[in-house]
Design a protein around this ligand. Sequence first.
Ligand code: AMP
Ligand code: ZN
Length: 182
Amino acid sequence: MNGSKQFWQFNLYKAMRDPSLIAYEDELVVIIKDKYPKSEEHFLVLPQATIPEIRSLNASHLPLLRHMDRVSRSFCANFNHVFWAGFHAKPTMMQLHLHLISDDFRGSGLKTAKHWNSYTTSFFVSISRVIHDLETNGRVLLPSNASLNELLRAPLQCHKCLFKPSNMATLKVHLISHTPTD
Ligand code: AMP
Ligand code: ZN
């Protein structure tokens, strides 16, 4: 693509303005459902202001990030799930988006090892890490592109136990064993 952005990479700008997709909105942020959920519950928190991605953040964004953190915590409290809240170090879609994802990873959109590793390795940068980095360094400290690509190619590892599945089908069956039964 010679560095140019493909048209689909801008789809979140449109999605966050579609009232039928909005689960929460205030003057600073919008929360929408992820269109290709990787877990039973998967949402994206987007700032109303245009901010391309995690690398665009500096200390001036701290009040916004703290607001995103606060709003996310109260939003997730409505669900009977444990949530992870973080950003992909190298996002595919433009406009900053915080993933709120329940920790079951049993969504229809979770298909590839790359998907798995993007949430379960340090490719996934928690919002508390982002706030900490902005407070102490004025920017988010991220691994090099080469290291990020390596993280995505890492062997599969269950996020809850020591099991190392040989492929995604085995992982998906294994994840059922971690689903609470009540
Ligand atoms: P990232 O890899 O962090 O850029 O994640 C982008 C996220 O946006 C993925 O979880 C996609 O499933 C999700 N997504 C892509 N297109 C849409 C859309 N039109 N509406 C809502 N979510 C989307
Ligand atoms: Zn396990």
